[in-house]
Design a protein around this ligand. Structure first.
Ligand code: PHE
Length: 517
């Protein structure tokens, strides 16, 4: 592996261990195996490799890796090494030399016969009268036996006799091939062997004038102790090993929270600081709460299957409060007691009991308001909502809203705008703007914008709840309400132009995220 090394010898800084390694390599004439170095320095091999890879990063050392096959004997191979190959033993039996070795088993006899023939050491015949196999040594066989010559395979057996692993290169190639042709004699494995060598730069550095193999021996301090501090206080001049702040370091990644989670917490913190309390509610809601209680007409286009996810199971959530149900029906059909004319269209219980994944967190607000109709009230929620939309650079089908209400005697539109301005200022976007808008549940209604880097970004909606929303619950005071996009905020915070990137779980991107911005 080669590195782009920006340093010259004069600029290189080494730790004492790195210096010891390269000095040792210099003594080994520039190259050695990690095992040798480990032996010489009395380091574990793993430390040698770790120090070597730091040196490699600095361009001082090369690490070469080669993978090689090694062989050793199986149990059967060990028996062969000890007592001789079956054919050798058969030959000695035939040639009437008594030997203190176990007789061949029937299986070994077969092997012996096969190899005697293959090696041309004996002819095999059959005794005509007894039908027994006869081994008739050839001249080669006799010579072989008499001169105690070894065939190539026997030489390999001997080389492996100690039970050790031996590299393929160190073994007789023919003998190895012969033994490999026999089943179950050899075991093999792949080993990576490494070698360390000094680069030209490394050699130059290692030869550097008067460098001691130990950083501290140069009078440089690499680890500060209390004694050093005392020396320093006594006015002694100390020399410290320099830090190379741009030196290579492995990247490490700590755990972390998703940026969107972090933003949610930031939003929570701001609202809590502003005196709000957080509320929560379920994702699954009957239309009654998600829409009807908010005076969204039953024929509103947003209720269409295109905009809303309807649940199959449960498909119905019964609304049990008949009194409340009657008030909401009356409000929709003719305004009820609110002074409004209502939508003047038919309202059905079936439609109200259909079940949806909440399409906005305004459902949290209205449910809470229904149980807390008295002022003062300052609550907020940060929660997930669902919209039946195709996902693209500016739309998601699952997103989060920052919702809230303030109910106070004499609350005004000015207070609402002021509250939103305060919120965005605290989050970091002080340039807030509003435009008149329309929502079925607020009057007046407005859209909220943030100006950021010359752009005007729509953040959400807000307004004052209409009497058609508040009256059925006996709420008698102004309720200032808003629902703002969390992902929109995340986008401008991160300088992202694609909303999908702010919800992404791409670990590579998340790891590269700056901790401070
Ligand atoms: N619910 C609206 C939306 O989902 C936002 C809103 C909330 C508007 C409260 C007015 C008041 O966009």
């Amino acid at each position: 592996m080669t590195n782009n090394v920006p340093w010259t010898v004069a600029e290189i800084e080494t730790s004492p261990d790195e210096l010891r390694l390269i000095s040792e390599l210099l003594e080994c004439k520039g190259a050695a195996s990690p095992r040798d170095i480990a032996g010489k320095l009395a380091w574990p091999e793993i430390k040698v490799m770790s120090v070597a890879s730091w040196c490699r990063q600095k361009g001082l050392v090369d690490i070469k890796e080669a993978s090689a096959t090694q062989y050793s004997l199986s149990d059967e191979g060990k028996r062969y090494a000890q007592y001789g190959l079956p054919e050798r033993r058969a030959l000695s039996a035939v040639l009437c030399r008594t030997e203190d070795k176990p007789a061949l088993s029937a299986e070994e006899e077969k092997i012996a016969v096969m190899w005697l023939r293959k090696k041309g050491l004996a002819d095999i015949g059959k005794d005509k009268t007894t039908g027994k196999i006869q081994v008739l040594p050839t001249d080669k066989g006799r010579e072989f036996f008499d001169q105690a010559l070894h065939t190539a395979d026997e030489k390999v057996l001997q080389a492996l006799n100690g039970g050790q692993w031996v590299a393929q290169e160190a073994l007789d190639a023919d003998g190895l091939q012969m033994l490999r042709g026999r089943k179950g004699v050899l075991k093999s494995r792949e080993e990576t062997s490494r070698s360390l060598s000094l680069t030209a730069l490394g050699a130059q550095y290692a030869q550097g004038a008067g460098r001691a193999p130990d950083g501290d021996a140069q009078g440089q301090i690499s680890q500060i102790t209390s004694a050093h501090i005392q020396d320093h206080q006594k006015g002694k001049l100390l020399s410290f090993r320099k830090y190379h702040v741009e030196s290579f370091a492995p990247e490490i990644y700590g755990g972390g929270r998703h940026p969107l989670r972090e933003l949610m917490d930031e939003v929570r913190e701001v609202f809590v600081q502003m005196g709000f309390e957080e509320i929560e509610c379920d994702y699954v809601q009957p239309c009654f709460w998600n829409m009807d209680a908010l005076f969204i007409p039953q024929d509103h286009p947003a209720r269409d299957i295109q905009d809303t996810f309807y649940m199959k199971d449960p498909a119905v959530i019964p609304v049990t409060d008949d009194g409340l149900m009657g008030k909401i029906r009356a409000t929709h059909e003719n305004g009820g007691e609110t002074g409004s004319l209502g939508w003047r269209s038919k309202w059905t219980r079936e439609e109200a009991q259909r079940v949806v994944l909440r399409t906005h967190t305004t459902v949290n607000t209205i449910r809470y308001l229904s149980e807390h109709p008295e002022p003062p009230l300052k609550v907020f929620s940060v929660g997930r909502i669902f919209r039946n939309e195709a996902t693209d650079a500016t739309h998601l089908s699952e997103l989060h809203q920052i919702e809230g209400i303030v109910m106070e005697r004499g609350a005004t539109m000015g207070m609402l705008i002021g509250t939103l301005k305060e919120f965005y200022t605290r989050i970091g976007f002080p340039d807030v703007d509003v435009n008149p808008s329309y929502y079925p549940y607020t009057e007046p209604s407005m859209d909220v914008f943030v100006r950021w880097k010359g752009r005007i970004l729509e953040m959400g909606g807000a307004g004052i709840f209409r009497p058609e929303v508040t009256a059925p619950f006996g709420v008698k005071h102004q309720v200032l309400a808003w629902g703002l996009g969390l992902e929109r905020l995340a986008m401008i915070k991160a300088g992202e132009s694609d909303i999908r990137n702010v919800i992404s779980n791409d670990m590579r991107a998340l790891r590269k995220r700056k901790m401070l911005r």
